[in-house]
Write a protein that binds this ligand. Structure first.
Ligand code: AP5
Length: 319
């Protein structure tokens, strides 16, 4: 390998074309209504003559060619040309010296868990497991469990353990989560769920708690919109859609009303202390009132320190 290069796909990039033109060169170009750019790598990829057009939802991985001593992260909001690792079958994970990270992220409704998970996933390659997303997927299947779950979610209450607990356990046991590490979002939310998780042997390395004031939470909930095509989270004021086309297809969650968020907040307050007591030794409190980039900087710093501590510990063990 002669190229040291790292890039991350920009979610703001409407389309990216990857063209492997011969055995020695790869050309990548991105285009949008306002700009286009391209970039070439040489002596990096095997022989192939193909061109693929990729949707940005598949552009979430870090491309690494050769070893790099610098940070493998470029902001997903960057406007730079995006490279796609997944399409090329190239390793997308940061280099790892030890066991994969196991991270829990917690916070009130709309505190920014999903938004931060996207950023964490991009940098650390962890598998994002969100209890709310698993439940919404179950609802979409039309199953009895899904129908029952929806009744609770509409009231802002916790879905019963007999539905949630095995759902999350099964997801964490999948090979991708075991191999790459996991990022557990919105789970556990009660003492019984935390106890069950412990009994199954799932112990996080760190418990990230997003702290956001209540008036901000309500504003974030009512302004949230989702792109059903890419899964990206938007906010009408803080993260508006990039194009008219995206704006036209955005949807709102059925529980994202001011009335329902108040019920969800009540449920959160009733359960949060019991969960926190289980993880107090590994809890890192994050100020979630600031911009998503500033929130991520705090989380990134905590995860980086954790990895450095592990590296130092494994180094001293080896010595
Ligand atoms: P779930 O889907 O988990 O909802 P939630 O916990 O209420 O959290 P949200 O998804 O609403 O918010 P978030 O923190 O991810 O915020 P986001 O990043 O989207 O659960 C839904 C329901 O499922 C529950 O009520 C319950 O019924 C059930 N359920 C779930 N887990 C369960 C469990 N373990 N047991 C039983 N039942 C369970 O951000 C919100 C908005 O703010 C977005 O528009 C975003 O763009 C914006 N934003 C984010 N960060 C910032 C920032 N820093 N500055 C400005 N805007 C920001």
């Amino acid at each position: 390998m002669t190229v040291n290069m790292v890039a991350v796909a920009s979610m703001a990039t409407p389309s990216v074309t990857v063209a492997v033109t011969n055995s020695k060169a790869l050309t990548l170009s991105s285009s949008s209504s306002s700009s286009s750019s391209s970039l070439s790598l040489t002596s990096c990829f095997p022989s192939s003559n193909s061109t693929r057009r990729l949707h940005p939802s598949s552009c979430s991985l870090t491309l690494r060619c050769g070893a790099s001593s610098s940070s493998p992260f470029t902001s997903p909001n960057s406007n730079s040309t995006s490279l796609i690792a997944a399409a090329l079958g190239i390793d997308s994970q940061p280099e790892r010296d030890s066991e994969p990270l196991q991270v829990m992220i917690s916070g009130a409704p709309a505190s920014g868990k999903g938004t931060q998970c996207e950023l964490i996933k991009h940098k650390y390659g962890l598998v994002h497991v969100a209890a709310g997303d698993l439940l919404r997927a179950e609802i979409a299947t039309g199953s009895d469990n899904g129908k029952l779950a929806k009744q609770y979610m509409e009231k802002g209450q916790l879905v019963p353990d007999h539905i949630v607990v095995m759902m999350v356990k099964d997801r964490l046991l999948k090979p991708d989560a075991k191999d790459n590490g996991w990022l557990l979002d919105g789970y556990p939310r009660s003492l019984s769920q935390a106890t069950a998780l412990k009994e199954f042997g799932f112990q996080p390395d760190i418990f990230v708690l997003l702290e956001v004031s209540e008036d901000i939470l309500v504003e974030r909930v009512v302004g949230r919109r989702l792109d059903p095509v890419t899964g990206k989270i938007y906010h009408l004021k803080y993260s508006p859609p990039e194009t008219e086309e995206i704006a036209a297809r955005l949807t709102q969650r059925f529980d994202d009303t001011e009335e329902k968020v108040k019920l969800r907040l009540n449920t959160h307050h009733q359960n949060v202390e019991a969960v926190l007591s289980m993880y107090k030794d590994i809890t890192v409190k994050i100020n979630g009132n600031v911009s998503k980039e500033e929130v991520f900087a705090q989380i990134d710093s905590a995860l980086t320190s954790l990895l450095e501590q592990r590296k130092a510990a494994s180094g001293s063990l080896a010595a």
